[in-house]
Design a protein around this ligand. Structure first.
Ligand SMILES: Nc1ncnc2c1ncn2[C@@H]1O[C@H](COP(=O)(O)OP(=O)(O)OP(=O)(O)O)[C@@H](O)[C@H]1O
Ligand SMILES: [Mg+2]
Length: 253
């Protein structure tokens, strides 16, 4: 299916979703530019995964509209599915197979012409070439997560959803995943990621949105978010507010 040319990769207006009495999304608006990294922040239960599941057509919204890569998630679900990959908390990696075998398997499932070459390219991009022939069960958490993300990219989708891509990883592994995500965006892929780690948003995101009580209550670049708070003046030294300061101030804790 051809990609309709649209300036925004993800366009969300007035999205609502309830589970019985629980109004999780109460009118979410957001816009993600092509080739950018967009971080969605929110406390546990804020609705981040719910939003990602709606955008990836796994869940139906109650109201509002959402377009991904120009396709409407409700009316053109097949177009959306052909445009995205979704990497969640639970890795698709098979530990018995080597890293390369995992990738070749996925490439075969997609009926790609040259599965070996696709696998080798992804192994290189995610710095897994040296470990390529080792069983994935022997990989560190960071390597496994990188392999998982690489597997979701076999079909080279223009839009990638990463739901808490570095949850549970140590700082070094987290930095490795960040590098992989940056490389992705440099290649023109649009990345929407959710995270609990405010530093992750600071490090990676072109734009940051905070989801709170069912709505996006702030949305902007890190600089724009920082301007929401006055810098704390300590004698002559100005301390820039951290994203954590902004987050806690806007969610009212
Ligand atoms: N299928 C479901 N049925 C009922 N309630 C649900 C369902 N899915 C999510 N919820 C509820 O909706 C709310 C939002 O959940 P969601 O998983 O989207 O939050 P989240 O922002 O991803 O949280 P976390 O940071 O913990 O991953 C939670 O209160 C959750 O219990
Ligand atoms: Mg979640």
């Amino acid at each position: 299916m051809s990609n309709p040319p649209t300036p925004t990769a993800i366009h969300v207006r007035g999205l609502e979703k309830s589970f019985k009495e629980l109004h999780v999304l109460r009118g979410v608006d957001l816009e993600v530019a092509r080739g950018s990294i967009f971080a969605l922040l929110g406390s546990n239960g804020a609705g981040k995964t719910t939003l990602v599941r709606i955008l990836s057509t796994l869940l139906k919204a109650d109201a509002g509209t959402a377009k991904v890569n120009g396709f409407d998630v409700a009316a053109q679900a097949a177009g959306v599915r052909g445009s995205i990959s979704l990497t969640g908390q639970f890795a698709a990696v098979d530990g018995i197979l080597s890293g390369r075998e995992n990738l070749v398997l996925v490439a075969r499932l997609w009926h790609l012409k040259n599965p070996g070459a696709v696998a080798d390219d992804l192994l290189r991009r995610f710095s897994l070439t040296e470990a390529a022939s080792r069983r994935a069960a022997t990989y560190s958490g960071g390597m496994r997560r990188r392999l998982d993300i690489a597997m979701s990219l076999v079909a080279d989708p223009p839009v990638v959803f990463l739901d808490e891509p570095t949850a549970g990883l140590d700082p070094q592994a987290r930095i490795e995943v960040w590098q992989a995500v940056r490389t992705l965006a440099q290649g023109g892929t649009t990345v929407l990621l959710t995270t609990q780690y405010l530093e992750e948003a600071e490090q990676l995101a072109d734009r940051i949105a905070i989801l709170h009580q069912g709505r996006v209550i702030v949305d902007g670049t890190l600089e724009e978010l920082r301007r929401l708070l006055p810098p704390a003046k300590v004698e002559y030294v100005e301390k820039q507010p951290s994203l954590e300061d902004v987050f806690l101030a806007v969610v009212g804790n």
